[in-house]
Design a binder for this molecule. Structure first.
Ligand code: FES
Ligand SMILES: [Fe+2]
Length: 386
């Protein structure tokens, strides 16, 4: 066996991926360097994250006019801010004077003031104050507003698109809003938000979230105790998503033996009989069960690292119960045990796969969506959709 000390000189040559393109049970996994290569990662940033609608949070994170949230999105510093008119906008978090990052963290502000020379922008991104620029020839504040990115909203979720030419969010979601309509997402509120740094490639994390093959091993003492059936994966006839559905009783957001809140009143059909685990490509996993929903939101920070955010929503009627804060920790306990279990194994996969002696593998029938994710990425990074 020859070690792969280096990624190939042409990492985007489709010939490297012929094995991944075969049907699931004949296919190879992605080449190991697709999880480590700076060149492959750069292509993903440009051709995937720079082009699509990316999940970046929930409207409850920006509760009032002036609320802002600053974060790094694949190397692009971004500000989300709610204006005086209530509209949520996204701005490039780079000052139009000499480029300083304007805001960090989150909070409420009346304006966006640069920490370097105090150029000041309003919450619509217009430059309002720029002291001692009166002698600068031809300088017009009207031409130095913050660059704005596209924002889309669905069900209280906020989406960011860096590509002005991309089709609208509705096209990206396709039939997903109709599938999830019984959950009445608009009437759910944010009850929890937690973050982790995970030392793995973003695909490793997303692939893990979309297969249950690992559950008996990785989650032996937690969600393995929940009964599940195996159904064929869901693929959106329209929209960039795929998913799993499992029919069962009892909330999937609680550990076996715990009791929780009443069920979401508007559930019907399949939503009343089981749980959906949806991947909205490329990085957002939505889990929707009888009494709540939670999500995993992945922010790649390099070829071998990422930032993870997980949020949870409950019906606003549930959140208004006097016992809400007393019972909520039962749900948090389940997430705080299982999410770190996945984080640990994802880091182990990264540590193993970065070895020059690591090699491509094969898939079980239990991993159809791992194969779908790899092919979705290749469609965009290596060659256009077939
Ligand atoms: S860099 Fe922002 S005011 Fe100078
Ligand atoms: Fe897991």
């Amino acid at each position: 066996m020859l070690p792969t000390w280096h990624e190939p000189t042409q990492p985007l040559d489709p010939a490297h991926f012929a094995g991944v393109r075969r049907p699931l049970l004949e296919a190879d996994t992605l080449p190991t360097w697709a999880y480590t290569s700076p060149g492959f990662y750069r292509a993903e940033v440009e051709r995937v994250f720079g082009k699509v609608w990316n999940f970046v949070g929930h409207v409850d994170q920006l509760p009032e006019p002036g609320s802002y949230l600053a974060f790094d999105f694949v190397g692009v510093p971004v500000i989300l801010a709610r204006g005086k008119d209530g509209t949520i906008r996204a701005f490039a978090n780079s000052c139009r004077h000499r480029g300083a990052k304007l805001m960090e963290g989150q909070g409420v502000a009346a304006a966006i003031r640069c920490p370097y020379h105090s150029w000041t922008y309003d919450l619509e991104g217009k430059l309002r104050g720029a002291a001692q620029m009166e002698d600068t020839v031809g300088f017009d504040k009207a031409h130095f507003g913050l660059d704005q990115f596209r924002v889309g909203l669905w069900g209280g979720f906020i989406f960011l698109c860096l590509d002005p030419a991309a089709p609208p969010l509705e096209d990206y979601l396709g039939e997903l809003p109709a599938l999830l309509a019984p959950y009445d997402l608009e009437n759910m509120g944010l009850a929890r938000l937690k973050t982790w740094d995970v030392a793995c490639n973003w695909k490793i994390y997303v692939e893990n979230a979309m297969e249950s093959y690992h559950v008996p091993t990785v989650h032996a003492k937690t969600i393995q105790l929940q009964k599940r059936d195996i159904n064929p994966p869901l693929h959106g006839k329209s929209g960039q998503w795929c998913g799993l559905y499992t029919r069962h009783s009892g909330s999937r957001a609680l550990e076996v033996g715990d009791t929780g809140f009443p069920y979401i009143p508007s559930l019907s059909g399949d939503s009343a009989e089981g749980t959906y685990y949806i991947l909205l490509y490329p990085t957002t996993m939505l889990a929707l069960t009888f009494d709540c929903m939670w999500w995993l939101e992945v922010y790649p920070t390099g070829p071998q690292s990422m930032h993870l955010r997980s949020g949870a929503l409950f019906p606003r009627s549930t959140m208004a119960r006097p016992d809400f804060q007393e019972i909520l920790p039962r749900y948090c306990k389940r997430w705080d045990r299982t999410i770190p279990e996945d984080n640990v194994v994802s880091e182990l996969q990264q540590q193993g796969i970065q070895s020059p002696f690591a090699r491509t593998g094969r898939f079980s029938f239990m991993e159809p969506l791992v194969h779908s994710i790899a092919n979705w990425v290749l469609d965009r990074v290596v060659e256009p959709p077939r």
